[in-house]
Unconditional design. Structure first.
Length: 74
């Protein structure tokens, strides 16, 4: 009984780590994309545009970044 419980606990732990890693990747990827855009604009590339994949706060921030680059070009 204890061995079965230890095995199930280990399996649950491994699954939890995998799910957490996948969710972290989904959350961090758009931030890295926006960071590349910010660095490009900082280097003088005002034609930089970042694709918007999300409709949450990160998407709103990305849209504001794209609007900012348009205003800087004008």
């Amino acid at each position: 009984m204890r061995i079965r419980l230890a095995i199930l606990t280990g399996v649950a732990l491994v699954i939890g780590v995998i799910v957490a890693y996948a969710l972290a990747g989904v959350s961090v990827r758009p931030v890295h994309s926006l960071l590349r855009g910010v660095r490009a604009v900082g280097a003088g590339n005002l034609n930089q545009r970042v694709e918007i994949y999300r409709k949450d706060e990160i998407g709103v921030l990305t849209q504001a970044f794209n609007d900012m680059t348009v205003n800087l070009r004008e």
